[in-house]
Design a protein around this ligand. Structure first.
Ligand SMILES: Nc1ncnc2c1ncn2[C@@H]1O[C@H](COP(=O)(O)OP(=O)(O)O)[C@@H](O)[C@H]1O
Ligand SMILES: [Mg+2]
Length: 263
């Protein structure tokens, strides 16, 4: 069953240039999608249209079969959580606690439950010591962790991470990715916009964006076999696959693929 249907959407910030050009795709419930693409290819713009922050000039988006529009945007925001690359724009509260609570307040979650979730998700991202601190004093990575906790706490069916792990240290990032994997296994739909092909490998499918269009969208394995796609879009293949693409020996190829899928 599809949870996101995008049909022929186009979006332009100004008259000179289309940032999204006739984009169409479907995401099934419970899938994990990675979106790769060069800077400026339209990934963040696409993410913003999916949560109703930007309205496409043409085309249609359906979330859980409901057409996204001015009237439905507020309700649909409950189904889709998003964390951006730059967490500064997402802070409104006096304390970290307020900021984690913010999204939940809009969902009218009972206070007891909210307090429990704040503790739980602060711990998940390793920020439980900072709950009473001012968000403005935190580092970039810590702000990202708070923003992520706030989104996880909403328990939206669809979670979009727009390069949201870029400032995290490798240890925190791995922990978080493992947690996102467990959410995905529970049935949450994950969209991860990333620069890191090693992160994209975890997805069921990879979408590659190029100049506002979808250059490719297919099963992760199929995409990773198309080395030329990575070259054309200035994306780095994981080293093991770079090697696999150079060798003829089928057995050795298999071993390298095996290695990549268990990373
Ligand atoms: N608020 C904005 N106003 C005008 N142009 C923008 C704005 N945001 C992004 N753009 C332009 O739209 C294009 C796509 O940007 P973006 O969606 O951020 O790409 P990506 O996330 O893939 O790096 C770029 O050319 C960028 O300069
Ligand atoms: Mg972006």
């Amino acid at each position: 069953m599809s949870i996101i249907d995008v049909e022929q959407i186009s979006f332009a910030y100004s008259e000179e240039k289309r940032t999204l050009n006739q984009v169409s795709f479907t995401i099934e419930k419970g899938e994990w999608i990675a979106i790769l693409g060069h800077n400026g290819s339209g990934k963040s713009t696409l993410a913003k249209t999916l949560v109703g922050l930007l309205e496409p000039q043409s085309g249609e988006i359906r979330i859980d079969s409901i057409k996204l529009s001015e009237e439905t945007a507020f309700d649909l925001r409950k189904k889709v959580g998003i964390v951006f690359q730059n967490p500064d724009n997402q802070f409104v509260g006096v304390t970290v606690r307020d900021d984690i609570a913010f999204g939940m307040e809009n969902l009218c979650i009972p206070r007891d439950e909210m307090l429990k979730r704040i503790e739980f998700y602060a711990q998940k991202v390793g920020m439980e010591q900072y709950l009473d601190k001012q968000p403005s004093n935190l580092s970039g990575g810590q702000k990202q962790r708070v923003a992520i906790a706030g989104i996880l706490a909403m328990r939206s069916d669809i979670l979009i991470f727009d390069e949201a792990t870029s400032m995290l240290d490798p240890y925190t990032r791995n922990d978080l990715i493992r947690y996102i994997q467990s959410l995905n296994q529970e049935g949450f739909t994950i969209i991860m916009i990333t620069h890191d092909v090693n992160e994209a490998i975890l997805a069921d499918k990879i979408m590659i964006m190029k100049q506002g269009e979808i250059a490719a969208f297919d099963n992760t394995h199929t995409i990773l076999e198309k080395k030329e796609l990575f070259d054309e879009n200035h994306l780095e293949l994981p080293v093991a696959l770079e090697i696999a693409s150079l060798i003829e020996d089928i057995k050795l190829k298999e071993i390298l693929w095996e290695f990549v899928s268990t990373m």
